[in-house]
Ligand binder design. Structure first.
Ligand code: NAD
Length: 345
């Protein structure tokens, strides 16, 4: 297949693109290297892909329809499917910039649907989020929950994306699957997310800030499990001649408290945390927990990684990536080296 992946330079997008190229698909990536975190990090995410003949990247902005048109042209022939991952992600920053989030996540998503329609592309996978479960949901979250009370602008934009996807499907018959990812982690995790942030600060001997009482909990999902779910969705839609609208939760299915997470990172690093306790943050959810029965039944989705092994692998990867920096600062960490897939072979 020829697949256009928006957000391909990001955390999830780069892993997905690698998997797709690895199995023989052609991937055209689209990304504007948004400044939410450094371009250098995203360039590193792409380093393996840049060496593949099956991958090309178009630099452009979702909010500019002309940029999206360039991506379809660069594909040089009909695109079979679009996986739309590009977005401004993150709950807390959305409180300060709701307009930007709406421009990129709502208008940008609409632009993707329009661009697909104009070129006869009738199959789309859209990255939604566990954040759509708000004040009217109780754990474990089910796809049938109303999700009408989002707790942050980010959550509202993801819900808006799902609603626009439904209307696109209804009016034009496009097959669209919305995937609600639950806190994804693993090598290349976005630097703003808790595991990446805590690992860096704790490794460097710095203080970490914990919001609330430490009993908030998250359903953490290992990156390879998420990619398995996305690929299963791609394959499901590609087999169908009639477009359907679907929503699936993709989670790890187990929950970990904030305090438990810090303990796991601390033991993987062999370092005691220095904690500054802060008040709960507006927009944060207290608990997330995915019911993945639907994805299991219809996609064969079965998350495999348990959190303590996952944190251990993440910490090893992080230390391997930052070995020079740690050495420069005279910091010694007793973890076994991580052999990242990029370094193998
Ligand atoms: P990421 O920030 O690493 O990747 C997103 C990519 O989109 C970035 O490379 C960025 O440059 C690009 N982008 C942003 N604005 C753009 C624009 N206007 N035009 C073109 N490209 C643009 O984030 P991620 O963690 O890989 O998340 C991928 C998707 O999954 C997002 O839609 C996010 O909302 C969703 N999601 C992620 C998580 C998670 O835990 N990581 C959880 C739920 C949902």
């Amino acid at each position: 297949m020829k697949i256009l992946v928006t957000g391909a330079a990001g955390f999830i997008g780069s892993h997905l693109a690698e998997r797709l190229c690895g199995r023989g698909d052609q991937v055209v990536g689209f990304d504007n290297f948004d400044g939410f975190y450094p371009r250098a990090v995203k360039e590193r995410n792409l380093s393996l892909l840049r060496r593949s003949d099956s991958f090309s990247l178009v630099e452009g902005d979702l909010t500019a329809p002309g940029d999206l048109a360039r991506a379809f042209t660069a594909a040089g022939g009909k695109v079979d499917m679009v996986v739309h991952l590009a977005a401004l992600a993150g709950v807390r920053p959305s409180l300060a910039q709701p307009q930007r989030y709406a421009d990129v996540n709502v208008t940008g998503t609409l632009n993707v649907f329009e661009a697909c329609r104009k070129r006869g592309v009738h199959k789309v996978v859209f990255a939604s989020s566990s954040s759509v479960y708000g004040a009217d949901s109780t754990v474990p979250f089910k796809e049938s929950d109303p999700c009408a009370r989002p707790l942050s602008p980010y959550a509202a934009t993801k819900k808006a994306g799902e609603l626009l996807a439904y209307s696109e499907h209804h009016v034009h018959g496009t097959g669209i699957t919305c995937l609600r990812f639950f806190t994804v982690y693993g090598p290349r995790q976005r630097p703003d997310l808790a595991i990446a942030k805590f690992t860096r600060l704790m490794a460097m001997g710095k203080q970490i800030e914990l919001f609330g009482d430490g009993e908030t909990s998250r359903d953490y999902t290992w990156i390879d499990d998420i990619v398995d779910g996305v690929v299963a969705s791609i394959d499901q839609i590609s087999r169908e001649s009639t477009g359907r609208y679907r929503i699936y939760n993709l989670g790890g299915c187990k929950t970990t408290t904030l305090k438990g997470l810090v303990d796991l990172i601390s033991s993987a690093l062999g370092k005691e945390p220095r904690i500054a306790w802060k008040a709960e943050q507006a927009g944060d959810m207290k608990h997330t927990h995915a019911d993945v029965a639907l994805a299991t039944e219809q996609l064969g989705y079965a998350p495999k990684m348990n959190i303590s092994q996952g944190i251990d692998q993440y910490v090893r990867w992080w230390c391997a990536q930052h070995a020079a920096e740690l050495k420069e600062q005279g910091i010694r960490i007793d973890t076994l080296p991580y052999r990242s897939p990029e370094l193998v072979g």
